[in-house]
Design a protein around this ligand. Structure first.
Ligand SMILES: C[S@@+](CC[C@H](N)C(=O)[O-])C[C@H]1O[C@@H](n2cnc3c(N)ncnc32)[C@H](O)[C@@H]1O
Length: 195
């Protein structure tokens, strides 16, 4: 079954990953938001935005936010989740073949990298680096356990995404790996004039 067919079937339910109801997901979103070094981002992009629950949380910190997903059904739900946020734009895209123009000061790859095989992942990583603004942050968060639909592993995904970038932060527990990378050093203390 293709990725598009798999997700089309899955999104017959409005919230198949239980983003709206599971503490695991709410906690992970809070961790993701807490790790963002800046209070605000001018132009952000979330790949694989699903039904838009994380997208809506990110929107509160972004002037403009693009959410892309392979599933039209997920995007219809994402439109409902983000209706209070006029800065959000939603687009159907099958990455890495489909790719938006422009550069972003925040790119979020949350629970999507391992649906790509090694070739597509390598291409996506190269394109992501080109789409990252000079002062931008690339954030990735992935489930650490194997599952049937995964074509690559979380360490493979994070290794590919981190290439040529410097680590800004890492959080890991039994279940998830959350990392951020940038081209320049990022110090929140320096941003705030503390050093
Ligand atoms: C597990 S959800 C992640 C949702 C959200 N980013 C989060 O972490 O809360 C993964 C999403 O990625 C989308 N997806 C998978 N492969 C994709 C691809 N090649 N291009 C675009 N979207 C894709 C799926 O349709 C699905 O909605």
């Amino acid at each position: 079954m293709s990725t598009a067919d798999y997700f089309q079937k899955l999104y017959q339910q409005p919230d198949p990953f239980h983003y709206r109801s599971r503490w695991y997901e709410a906690r992970k979103r809070a961790l993701t938001l807490a790790c963002l070094p800046r209070l605000r981002y001018a132009s952000a992009w979330e790949l694989g935005c699903s039904n838009g629950v994380l997208t809506a949380a990110l929107a509160a910190r972004c002037d403009a936010l693009l959410g892309t997903d392979i599933s039209a059904e997920a995007l219809a739900e994402a439109a409902i989740s983000t209706q209070a946020w006029p800065g959000v734009t939603l687009q159907r895209a099958d990455h890495p073949g489909d790719w938006p123009p422009g550069r972003f000061d925040l790119i979020v790859v949350s629970e999507v990298g391992y649906y790509l095989d090694t070739t597509a992942l390598a291409l996506m990583a190269r394109q992501l680096h080109a789409s990252l603004a000079d002062d931008g942050l690339l954030l990735a968060c992935h489930w650490r356990h194997p599952f049937d639909e995964a074509r690559t592993t979380t360490p493979q995904v994070h290794r590919a995404l981190s290439a040529t970038l410097r680590e800004a932060f890492t959080y890991q527990d039994e279940d998830l790996l959350l990392q951020g990378w940038s081209t320049q050093p990022i110090s929140v203390a320096q941003q705030e004039g503390l050093r």
